[in-house]
Design a protein around this ligand. Structure first.
Ligand code: BYC
Length: 472
């Protein structure tokens, strides 16, 4: 599955054999580049950035690193290899050949799923556009830009599907991807978390740990789709996503590590006096980003989710490895909800609980990184434990939307919520403090801002003091 880089739009889908499609995408390309210039990483157009570019979609495809000016990054269309005789793995059509074209009856639903997925990609670039100004090191700046160009490519992946399979309304949807903007009061992005700000690097690391991980679970579910081009697009996107979550996990871990080092060295809990982020503030940021990301899974009981599944459009996480009928006939699943003053479990048809089941897979995965962060704290001999808040905490979507539930899962009254809100979620003062740490970008190779530890190793085996970005 090598990628043809000799064309204006690099691709492995034999784009030149379909002149109409090629022309349509070539017409969208300048609009995308204009969007990148206007709303991509601020002030970065002339930088040379040490980026990876895929040369093929197999396991070795990422071996290619080199300096690239971001507007010249070779965004294109890369699908994972087609599996011979792939079958639909779940739902009413289970066992039938996977679709190579969009089935008429599922057209609107599929388009909507693809648009929702696609919309998040440029949204995240918009959210992160100012972070380069305050990068804690060249290593971190490079990672930010790597993530940004890959989110740009994920937009390309969805725009290709819209252009190639949805005719005129697909082309219109592709235009609108560049017209909605994160936080725009008139034309906001579709999902809540993508209209929040990512104003500082602690937020960025939390976002890439928690919100990019929603991306992993949603993409993995779409990678099971009976619509084969969508499945193949998502499979390749997942290989890019892994690095984004790595940046989040190690980023938060390095902030924790630095704070622990300072606590030990100066025998104090008050690391703010030393220009670092105290562990309770890290917990509050975690609470915020985890709860906002939980909303991205939708309602606990959702007929939409049941319909996607029954139709064969969106599966479960690792669907083919699950040992059941893949139709969920008669199966039940326990979901949590509010009953009076308590959080209670009730059984619902498993088909309607698919969002909740995916959310559970996600929560289990999130917990692993928290364990690793706690190991850093434990190794420093500090008595503090980071925790994921209860799934009912601070929710805006689903059965807990607007409810007042503490991080440990107790329903509380408004007065208790108000009295504790600034202990559970970042207050204006916390945010102002974290913002105050974000000095001008640290641009000397090998140097790091005071509030973060250096990484354990560099990118592509390069040393920590490698010039990951050249400013020219
Ligand atoms: N915000 O039946 P429900 C990523 C709406 S992240 C606003 O539960 P469904 C990335 C919902 O649309 C992954 N609205 O909905 C990460 C529905 O509207 P209607 C992105 C919301 O469809 C970092 C209504 O509420 N990919 O890739 O079962 C950086 C009823 O809800 C929200 C996808 O999301 C919300 N949070 O589930 C870069 C995959 N939640 O029908 C990238 C595609 C729900 O009443 N999307 N609503 O008008 C989906 O699979 C589904 O649309 C959702 C929602 C899982 C999001």
């Amino acid at each position: 599955m090598s990628i043809n880089y000799s064309e204006r739009i690099p691709n492995n889908v034999d784009l030149s054999s379909d002149r109409r499609l090629q022309r349509a995408l070539e017409a969208w390309q300048p609009n995308y580049l204009q969007w990148w210039r206007d709303l991509g990483p601020d002030g970065s157009l002339g930088y040379d950035v040490y980026l990876r570019t895929a040369i093929s979609t197999d396991a070795n495809g990422w071996a290619n690193f080199g300096y690239v000016k971001m507007p010249e990054y070779r965004w294109g269309i890369f699908l994972a290899e087609r599996e011979a005789d792939r079958r639909i793995a779940f739902g009413d059509e289970k066992g039938k050949p996977a679709w190579q074209e969009v089935p008429g009856e599922h057209r609107a639903t599929l388009r909507r799923l693809i648009v929702t997925q696609g919309d998040t990609e440029p949204a995240s670039v918009e959210q992160q556009r100012l972070l380069g100004k305050t990068a804690p090191s060249l290593y971190d700046l490079r990672n930010l830009f790597q993530i940004n160009v890959e989110e740009g490519r994920h937009l390309w992946a969805m725009v290709y599907l819209l252009h190639a399979y949805f005719g005129r309304d697909g082309r219109e949807e592709a235009e609108e991807m560049l017209q909605r903007h994160s936080g725009d009061p008139d034309k906001p992005r579709i999902l809540g978390a993508f209209n929040e700000k990512t104003p500082d690097w602690l937020s960025f690391f939390m976002f890439t740990y928690f919100t990019d991980r929603d991306g992993k679970y949603q993409l993995a579910s779409l990678a099971e789709s009976g619509f084969d081009p969508l499945a193949r697009s998502c499979r390749f996107m997942l290989t890019e996503e892994a690095h984004h979550m790595f940046v989040g996990e190690t980023g938060v871990g390095r902030v924790v590590q630095r704070s622990c080092e300072m606590m030990k060295q100066h025998k104090t809990d008050d690391v703010r006096a030393l220009g670092c982020v105290d562990l309770p503030t890290i917990q509050k940021y975690l609470n915020f980003h985890f709860s906002v990301s939980l909303d991205l899974f939708g309602q606990e009981a959702s007929t939409n989710a049941a319909n996607y599944y029954t139709a064969g459009l969106k599966g479960r996480y690792l669907e083919t490895r699950i040992d059941d009928d893949h139709q969920l006939t008669g199966a039940q699943y326990g979901i949590l909800g509010l009953d009076g003053g308590a959080v209670v479990e009730r059984a619902v048809p498993a088909l309607t609980a698919l969002n909740e089941r995916l959310r559970q897979d996600y929560i289990d995965d999130c917990a692993k990184g928290v364990l690793r962060w706690n190991k850093i704290i434990e190794r420093a001999g500090i008595d503090f434990e980071l925790k994921l808040p209860h799934r009912a905490f601070n929710r805006r979507i689903g059965g807990f939307a607007g409810a007042r539930v503490s991080p440990d899962g107790k329903v509380v009254d408004e007065a208790t919520w108000k009295a504790n809100e600034s202990k559970w979620l970042p207050s204006d003062e916390d945010r102002a403090y974290v913002t105050s740490l974000m000095g001008p970008a640290v641009t000397e190779p090998g140097k790091f801002a005071n509030w973060i530890a250096p990484p354990a190793r560099g990118i592509n085996n390069q040393p920590a003091d490698f010039a990951y970005v050249r400013f020219n």
